[in-house]
Design a protein around this ligand. Structure first.
Ligand SMILES: [Zn+2]
Length: 229
């Protein structure tokens, strides 16, 4: 019996953390400096936005992970993607610019996802509240059953986040493979030999939110951080 428990735990941890390790590995493997590339990720993002007549969309540096912020209409890139020339930097920049294009074109899938992720902020906050209050409830009612129910409710709410990100994957795949990749090929920003690597980065870029949401399920520190917002 203990062997089954150990196997089940390993499988569970693999499902939760495996995807995030995969994302990091692919990004690192293709993150080496490539001075032969025409520009940094930040420069390419600016160039692609201008070419798409999105001159008002800003390109900024962030430490919070690469993303497109629909509220301020900004493409934000990690310093190593904003300032360096690598296949990862170029592919990520093109992916985030594609979200700005989806927004500008008011693509229905993107707008639906925008609504869903706004609702998720509240789902996350409520889940965090429920989980953080669990020890307090235990002190007050001294009933393990109530606390277990409470923790299950919190975790179920966080699982909704994973489901929402899975259902919005088509928007991510559109950004990576219907927009970013053709732009990189057409503009000859990468040599043909670099395209398989770019394709693998674009694939993990599409899965970033799903893997992050999975990790959130076990990441109590993040629950606490969200609560402080
Ligand atoms: Zn994306």
């Amino acid at each position: 019996m203990p062997i089954f428990v150990a196997l089940a735990s390993l499988l569970f941890l693999g499902v939760i953390f495996g995807p995030q390790l995969w994302v990091r590995r692919v990004m690192d493997r293709n993150g080496a400096d490539r001075p032969d590339l025409p520009g940094t990720g930040g420069e390419l993002a600016r160039h692609l936005l201008d070419a798409a007549e999105l001159t008002s969309v800003a390109v900024e540096k962030t430490d919070l992970g690469d993303h497109y912020d629909p509220n301020t209409r900004s493409v934000r890139l990690l310093p190593q993607h904003h300032d360096r020339r690598s296949i990862t930097a170029v592919a990520i920049a093109a992916h985030e610019v594609s979200h700005a294009v989806q927004h500008a074109q008011e693509e229905p899938g993107f707008l639906r996802r925008l609504e869903a992720t706004r609702a998720l902020v509240w789902v996350e906050r409520i889940a965090s509240g429920i989980l953080v209050l669990a020890p307090v409830v235990f002190i007050l009612v001294r009933s393990p059953a109530v606390v277990i129910l409470q923790v299950c409710a919190g975790i179920s709410l966080l699982a909704i986040e994973v489901i929402v990100h899975v259902t919005t994957l088509p928007v991510e795949f559109d950004a990576s493979f219907a927009k970013a990749l053709p732009v990189l090929v057409r503009g000859r920003y990468l040599a043909a030999g670099d395209l398989p690597a770019a394709r693998s980065v674009l694939k993990v870029a599409a899965y970033t939110y799903v893997t992050a949401a999975l990790a959130t399920l076990l990441n109590v520190m993040r629950w606490l951080r969200i609560l402080r917002f």
